[in-house]
Write a protein that binds this ligand. Sequence first.
Ligand code: C5P
Length: 404
Amino acid sequence: MATAELAGKHLVLGMTGGIACYKIAELTRLLTKAGATVQVVMTEAATQFITPVTMQALSGRPVYTSQWDARVPNNMAHIDLSREADAIVIAPASTDFLAKLAHGMADDLLSTLCVARDCPLLVVPAMNRQMWQNPATQRNVTQLRADGIEVLGPDSGPQACGEVGDGRMLEAAATYEAIASFFSPKILSGRRVLLTAGPTFEPLDPVRGITNRSSGKMGFALARAAQQAGAEVHLIAGPVALETPWGVFRQDVQTAQQMHDAVMHSVADADIFIGVAAVADWRVDHASEHKIKKTAERTLPTFTFVENPDILASVARLPHPPFAVGFAAESGDLEVHGEEKRARKNVPLLIGNLGPLTFGLDDNEVILFEAGGATKLPRADKQTLARALIVEIARRLPDPSLIR
Ligand code: C5P
């Protein structure tokens, strides 16, 4: 999870009435853990769903619910609260509140605070699907976007009312990521990034197969960091148990051949290709159509392997390749093999995992190989490292006008 963008930020977290208020308890925890200070302001309706006591305990600050709060010395809570803020985030943002914002209404503390703000405003809608699809709501949302207000979500899926559709609030973690993304420097703005991540799965028969220990964490962290840096991100993932980073387009595949075909189908649109996947080098020539059974004679099965395509090398061989970045995980002698591998794969940058294999771990230490030499980056958690790597990649990109 990204944290650096939010450290030291002061956010006003405005809550309006909706069952999604329960998600804001977790969101507040995530924001404060990342080093942000959170000033909660609740509408009267929000206090029907979760108590100010809970929100005060989680944010560590008294909650404001009324315009006439005697705790504000000059009695101008609507001015004072927003003047310190780096942003106001309305979550959940109800149908009614979106309508009020679109029309500049100011009839309670939170709406007045929004009209009187001198900082960015982000809204995280949460409502029933019919309310979201209502033409009036859609008109209001269009107006809010035109007014420079960031609209985060909504998500699609089952709703508290039992219906299914668009309108549910983003989950707390996704809301947190979207807020972090808002504060990230947009060093990849206008760039399209294609990544592979995770292992591949090469079937032996319908139930068995060959895979490896890649968790996909590094690739997903890079996809998240690239999205937060303003890129349009397409992530092609092997079988992993990870949530899709907010704002990233994800395509799931199983085998190396499928991953290769998916990459080749989309690579023409990419400015940057990052091959993070641990792609199986070989597959079984003919996977059995039926489950391979033990025989009475107990004869052992034998398999013939064929080589899988090297996706990274195929990308680098294209007549107009994107800026291609490879990864290398070695069980020894990385410093010797890294530069040799980079040159062999013909990519401008290869990132080597230093030390023992780091599959599944949250920390990593890497070394960058390029024609000019090798550079070590300090050990860090994978998300911090991913952000640092995105900066390193952005720094090495050719001028956008020269890219193709
Ligand atoms: O040769 P090796 O597997 O060590 O190279 C690792 C790099 O090459 C990674 O970037 C990986 O994603 C990529 N690769 C690939 N297709 C393969 C094998 C590796 O894209 N078949």
